[in-house]
Structures are given as structure tokens and as C-alpha cells.
Design a protein around this ligand. Sequence first.
Ligand code: NAD
Length: 487
Amino acid sequence: MAAPGKLLMLENFIDGKFLPCNSYIDSYDPSTGEVYCKVPNSGKEEIEAAVQAARAAFPGWSSKSPQERAQVLTRLADLLEQSLEELAQAESKDQGKTLTMARTVDIPRAVQNFRFFASSVLHHTTECTQMDHLGCLHYTVRTPVGIAGLISPWNLPLYLLTWKMAPAIAAGNTVVAKPSELTSVTAWMLCKLLDKAGVPPGVINIVFGAGPRAGEALVSHPEVPLISFTGSQPTAERITQLSAPHCKKLSLELGGKNPAIIFEDANLEECVPTTIRSSFANQGEICLCTSRIFVQKSIYSEFLKKFVEATRKWKVGIPSDPSACMGALISKEHLEKVRGYIKRAHAEGAHILCGEGIDNLNLPARNQAGYFMLPTVITDIKDESCCMKEEIFGPVTCVVPFESEEEVIRRANGVKYGLAATVWSSNVGRIHRVAKKLQSGLVWTNCWLIRELNLPFGGMKSSGIGREGAKDSHDFFTEIKTITVKH
Ligand code: NAD
């Protein structure tokens, strides 16, 4: 890291070497609002160099056995783990999240991503079918696709980048990755470990820069047949347009407007703290965060009282404060956008029960210009309001009552997104019924965000295309071929 007072200068990592760029983007510390880092403002030229390096490395890397590649992934996981504290400090500073979150969630999961795919890549099999009456045997083979283009967002920077990178290289592809320009530091730190882990030059190339320049150059490159993207729906639309002339393979993991449905027989002792976490963890900047809470009428007042009380205890603090539950939002623009939603809700006649504009935020003098806001609860709001339809991606949640099961399923499904839902009830039959009818790629019942990495992860409707997970990621990062042998 840079010495105190000195700007941290990042460089692209291409063909195993760090290379400077001729222009740079300012990167801010969200907890102070000060520029602390310079990120390469790469474009076509840098992407071209990275693609050339990835092309040259592909024959060697793809011809290694899965076991050899798995060993490299395992070594990389070990090296990341040895740097856990340094990476967590960097992630927290760069993103604004609490150090506790970076230490216990982001970096451990990045380590786990490499370990998980190092193991899972060893267990895939292919198919074989006999057609004896014609003397034929059919079988399938899987081969790596080639150069994988990976584009990741700012909310869980190293976690989401490695969730793509690990299965891509495990399957024998080489990679050109472009992390978010808002949070590039931990990806740059990862590059420093690649040589020691035994990753050959050109297998992983990281080009830093903005979406419309570096991102579009990567997506439009004719020699990159596959794009794995996590980010917003409008960007996905642009990526789809740019990829269309090349018929690229696309994996799109996008936003959500995730409902929590709380029935009158829910265990509120567990439901309230979990729904607080699902609404406000990581400043509400997780695609899986709850932003619409439907509560059955008979327990609505009781729930709301407990929920608002608990929200007021969800402490906002500087990221290094061990007692803080929430740090700073990613940027000034994003903070303004989130605040704008609250203003619109207020103008529409909704009630803001706590948080923004109601309670006071106490921050040290040096953090006054940081991008902090209090967790905010909105009620008396219509389903048609933009706060109930659009992804806010901040610490804001709406609570509304419902009467019947049928009604709440219809309302929960009444948005364009379909990523994650939670259902709270002690009636097993109802849980299965409701979970099945929700238009959502993931449904957690009586819990939130318990992940099993083997199983498919992804969204329906405008929340995305494709799934990620042990088998799904392997399928995406490989091409399948059916071979028929007549004997
Ligand atoms: P974003 O779409 O603005 O940016 C994501 C990435 O795409 C960044 O690296 C950005 O530089 C790049 N990009 C932007 N414009 C581009 C273009 N024209 N061409 C190519 N690349 C471009 O999203 P964000 O604001 O960084 O992230 C927040 C969004 O990500 C939210 O919508 C959130 O729900 C979503 N998200 C989804 C998941 C999931 O797994 N479904 C996980 C995390 C975040």
C-alpha cells in the first residue's frame, strides 16, 4: 500500500507484468470523500495487449490436466489467505464497507472461491449413450471456450471477481478481467500473488478502467467469445447489444428488488434480526438485499415496532470501528441517488419512520465528507411507487401490510426483477407452496444468504441470464461437443 499522504498508483497486469497507463481515474476513499488512489483509465490498446497475452497463454494452460490447474488454484487460495488482513484493510478502505465485513465475508469468500473450484473441477463427468441397433456410440466432451472476459461490480469487489475467475481458469480458459473502476485495489493486489502461485504469464490479465472505455473494448473484442458480467441491468443491456454481432456466450448476474414475506406464524425473534441484516448488510449494497417487506396484517404493527427499534440500533460508523454494523456508501453520486429515492417517497406521501432526515448521524470530524447515511425504513407506500419497483441498492427498505397468501405472491412477483426472496412462516406446507410460486432464482425460507456453492445461483426476469455454481459455472466456461462413433 502507499505511504501515508501518498496516492496509491495502480497498474494494469498484462502477460505477467505490471504496466503503467497514460491516463488515470481518481478513486475516492468513501469514508472521507478524499482521492487516495489512481486507477488506470485503460481503453482499446490495453485490452488488445491483454487479449494477445491471453491468446498466447491459452494453448499451454488449456492443455494442463485439471489436477495441475487445481494445484495452482489451491496455492493461490493459500496465498490470499496469508494476506487476509492486508486485503481486508484494503477492501474496506476502497469500498467503504466495515473492516469486520471485509475480514469475515469478502476476503474469506475469495479464498473459498479458489479452493472450491480447485476441488469441483476434478469431479465433472460427461455423457455417453449407446445406439446398438445402428452400431453407434455417442459421447460428449467439454473443452475450454478460450479467452474469458470478466466484468465485475463494486459492492463485493474481490469476492465477485474471484467467483468468476476461479471457475474460468479451472476449466482451462485464460482471462481478461475488468473490475469496477470504483474498487480496483484488491484485484491489483491479487496480481502480485499470481507468479508465486504458479499462474503462468497471460493466464490472468487484469485491465483497469471505466465501463464505457475498457469495458466496452473488452465486450466488443472479436477474440473474446464469452463475457461473464455482474452488475446493473442497464449495463447488461448495453453488453448484450455489443455482444450480439459476435454471438458471444453471456452470463448476466444483475440487480434485484427482493421481497421478504412475513406470515403471521413467523418466529419474529429470528425474523426481525435476520431481516435487519438482509436489508442493511454491506450498506444494503448486496444484490440479494431485501428492499420490500410484506408483513401479514395481524402482526404488522408488532413487526414494524420491533423492526424500527432494531434499525435504530444498526450502528453506522467509520469502517474500522469494530462496533459499526454499516460503513459508507460507495460514492457521492450513489449516496445522492439513494437519498433521492427517499425524497421521492416522502413527496408521494409515504412515511419515513427512521433514518435519513429523521435521526442524527454522529461521525468524527475527518469523516464528515464521507458518504454515510442512516438505515432508513419507509412505510405507507404504494406498490407502484419507484421505491417499491426500482433497485435502490442502499440501506433503504419499505414495509407494507398484506392479507392473503395469493395476494402477497402476486404483489411480490409484480416487479421486473426476480433475484432473491425470503419467506417467513412455521407452516411447512405454506413455505413449499409460496416458494414454488415466487418468480425468483433464489428463495430463502426462515433464513437469509445461506449459500451452498454447488447449487445454481442467479436470477429470473430482468435479474439475469444463466446461473453460476459448481456445475453451472463449469458448463458456462466450457463448450460441449457431441461425438458419434459408428463401429
Ligand atoms: P454497473 O453495471 O454500473 O457496473 C458493473 C461493471 O460493469 C463495472 O466494472 C463497470 O465498469 C462495468 N461497465 C459499466 N458500463 C459498461 C459498459 N458500457 N460496457 C462494459 N462494462 C461496463 O454496476 P455496479 O453499479 O458496479 O454494481 C451494482 C449492480 O450490480 C446492482 O444492480 C447490483 O444488484 C448488481 N449486482 C448483481 C449481483 C448478482 O450476483 N446478481 C451481485 C452484485 C451486484
